[in-house]
Design a protein around this ligand. Structure first.
Ligand code: NAD
Length: 264
């Protein structure tokens, strides 16, 4: 199978680092024009440079916009009014005991992880429907199914994305626009490296040991017994955005290393 996305444009939210950057790279390698988004001009510029170093022929547009607000989403939509592919990747996570999560955190997580995807989908799906072709992908998480007790607010947003994704797919019935969720398991993204790095520094233990213990203690059902690499998640996203993936819609596709211990 040869995936060719030349002539298609793709917006990837929160794509200066981590899984989002790997997705941007994967889609650019498949020939799509990619829009890289992050909060600052400096971060999007750095990501553009890194992508062009890897793929000199890539077509890369950058938009600095903070997607935790409606104004930020509007800024991105104004700068890039249409897209053939939308990957709602931006997401924040932070462990916190349930009793200590204030209203503000619930709202911030909901705005960033859920409303960003709703706002962008609402804007871009219109053009996709008119063209009768489009791909929308929500980067949810296995935490949307296995709600983590150590960050319930995060789990809530990841389940909400599954509902929005499935409902949006149904609302586009009979069109050439597909909508799917991808559910990564623990993945070695920049955010996660940072997170484990801080624990390792605090405990004076090598980071590799922290990662191994995390899987053993918090994700014992993992079949691969390791973190996934960002490219492993990006590969699924590139496929689901391809022309070949035209019969897969309304689905929740796992790249969780087997963490969710059910057959379907
Ligand atoms: P990351 O922290 O490594 O990268 C996040 C990216 O989003 C960065 O480019 C950052 O600059 C950008 N960003 C953050 N806040 C933003 C904002 N308000 N506006 C615009 N850009 C913003 O994250 P990651 O681990 O790659 O996670 C990406 C997605 O994958 C998230 O939705 C996350 O929930 C999901 N996910 C991650 C894992 C994992 O283990 N890494 C597992 C399951 C799901």
């Amino acid at each position: 199978m040869h995936i060719d996305l030349s002539g298609k444009s793709a917006v990837i939210s929160g794509s200066t680092l981590g899984i989002g950057f790997a997705i941007a790279k994967g889609l650019a390698n498949a020939g799509a024009e990619v829009v890289i988004n992050g909060r600052s001009e400096a971060s999007v510029g750095k990501a553009r440079e890194a992508l062009l170093k890897d793929t000199p022929k890539a077509k890369v547009i950058t938009v600095a916009a903070d997607l935790s607000t409606a104004d930020g989403a509007d800024k991105l939509i104004k700068a890039v009014p249409s897209a053939d592919i939308l990957v709602n990747n931006v997401g924040i996570f932070e462990p916190k005991p349930f009793e200590d999560i204030p209203d503000g955190d619930w709202q911030r997580f909901f705005e960033t992880n859920v409303m960003s995807g709703i706002r962008l989908s609402r804007a871009y799906v219109k053009g996709m429907r008119e063209k009768n072709w489009g791909r929308v992908v929500f980067i949810s998480s296995e935490s949307g199914i296995n709600i983590p007790g150590e960050m319930v607010h995060y789990g809530m947003t990841k389940t909400a994305q599954l509902a929005v994704s499935r409902g949006l797919a149904q609302s586009l019935a009979g069109t050439g626009v597909t909508v799917n969720s991808v559910l990564p398991g623990p993945t070695r993204s920049d955010g996660v490296i940072d997170f484990f790095g801080k624990i390792a520094a605090g405990e004076g233990v090598p980071q590799a040991e922290i990662e191994k213990n995390f899987i053993a203690q918090f994700r014992p059902s993992s079949i691969i017994k390791r973190l996934a690499e960002v490219e492993e998640v990006a590969n699924m996203v590139v496929y689901i955005c391809s022309k070949q993936a035209s019969a897969t819609t309304g689905a929740s596709l796992r790249v969780d290393g087997g963490v969710v211990a059910t057959i379907t």
